[in-house]
Write a protein that binds this ligand. Structure first.
Ligand SMILES: Nc1ncnc2c1ncn2[C@@H]1O[C@H](COP(=O)(O)OP(=O)(O)O)[C@@H](O)[C@H]1O
Ligand SMILES: [Mg+2]
Length: 332
């Protein structure tokens, strides 16, 4: 997996919103990379900056929000350096976004199939027959009764079917990067498992990358191979999913796992306190007010992401104390 070609490299991506209380950094020096066929889960509480990161990658941040710095390298080109016409082409051809409410994705007065074919034709200039074949194929890949869904109007489908149809539409353009933003969150557990199953299967069959955004750790664990944990606009921990979930290095990741019924073997502990006010961040670590392990330095200096020998990265001053000499991570 590690030797596979990198499709996306994001470096120090920063997106700000001017507010009446000052400028807030909703995405603060976000960095990660993804390789072909991989799925990176971006997880964190509500308001952490997940959707802003997704919209920044597509350069669709709603004004007055704006990207103030960084790089988004897709196939050796920096998307932040492209003109708007070129960016529109990349958005259709190489990037796709599926979000929580697919009802607004589709035109309510057109059958799903016609809508998908039109989208394919806008970007690919295929015959109607060819577009239909692709649409039906992707719907079948998503486990949908393709012929029936093709003729259905959006309101005639259940939430789970519509969400899979939205994924089929996104996949029909063969994007290099698919971003799903809480795309399975509104579904019940069984439907969610079904959608994740088809998404994972599809991911393995082709060479795209998926950025799977969710606040649901169980959904992330079902589909991703790597994970990045975002808190107050910054990535505070990242690494292989198993490593991060089994041996979290950052107290926030630990708390997040401890608050989730699927991962916590003992008593569920809700995370104490609430996320900081982004307009009023102190100089130190943004998790400091909720961290039971914080010491003096945590109040004064914001920790940066550092590499641990496990292939993990975490932004925590405690990390230095956690990594023992033989390269193992000491788990308390
Ligand atoms: N349109 C906006 N105007 C001002 N601030 C915004 C806007 N959109 C997002 N933000 C700020 O960015 C933060 C991150 O939002 P978002 O990325 O939507 O969080 P989530 O992780 O829940 O997807 C929010 O807490 C909010 O302060
Ligand atoms: Mg969101």
């Amino acid at each position: 997996m590690e030797n596979k070609k990198k499709t996306v490299t994001v470096k120090n991506l920063t997106t700000v919103f001017p507010t009446s209380r000052g400028l807030i950094k909703a995405a603060n020096e976000i960095s990660f990379s993804m390789s072909e066929g991989s799925c990176l889960a971006l997880i964190g509480e509500s308001g952490a900056g997940k959707s802003v990161t997704a919209l920044s990658l597509l350069r669709l941040v709603p004004p007055p929000g704006r990207i103030t710095g960084g790089e988004i390298i897709l196939d050796n080109q920096d998307l932040l350096k492209l003109g708007s016409a070129e960016m529109r082409r990349v958005r259709g051809d190489d990037l796709a976004l599926v979000f929580q409410d697919s009802l607004s994705t589709f035109n309510p007065v057109r059958p799903i199939g016609a809508h998908i074919c039109e989208t394919i034709n806008t970007h690919r200039r295929l015959s109607n027959g060819e577009a239909k074949e692709i649409a039906l194929g992707k719907m079948a890949d998503m486990g949908l009764p393709a012929e029936r869904v093709f003729k259905s109007f959006p309101f005639q489908l259940s939430g789970g079917m519509r969400q899979r149809a939205a994924l089929a539409m996104a996949l029909s353009l063969h994007p290099k990067l698919l971003i799903t933003d809480e795309a399975t969150t509104s579904l019940d557990v069984t439907l969610q498992a079904q959608v994740l199953h088809y998404l994972k299967k599809h991911l393995q069959d082709c060479c795209m990358s998926v950025l799977f955004i969710s606040h649901d750790l169980a959904a992330a664990a079902a589909v991703a191979d790597r994970v990045a944990v975002i808190y107050a606009g910054r990535i505070v921990e990242s690494g292989p999913l198993k490593e991060v979930f089994q041996k979290p290095l950052h107290p926030y990741t630990e708390a997040l796992i401890g608050s989730h019924p699927s991962f916590c073997s003992g008593t569920l502990e809700p995370i104490k306190g609430s996320p900081p006010d982004l307009a009023n961040l102190s100089a130190g670590c943004s998790f400091v007010s909720r961290c039971s392990k914080a010491s003096g330095i945590c109040h004064q200096i914001a920790p940066v992401l550092q590499e641990a020998p496990t292939g993990h990265q975490a932004a925590c001053h405690l990390l230095i104390g956690k990594v023992v000499d033989d390269g193992e991570v000491a788990v308390s």
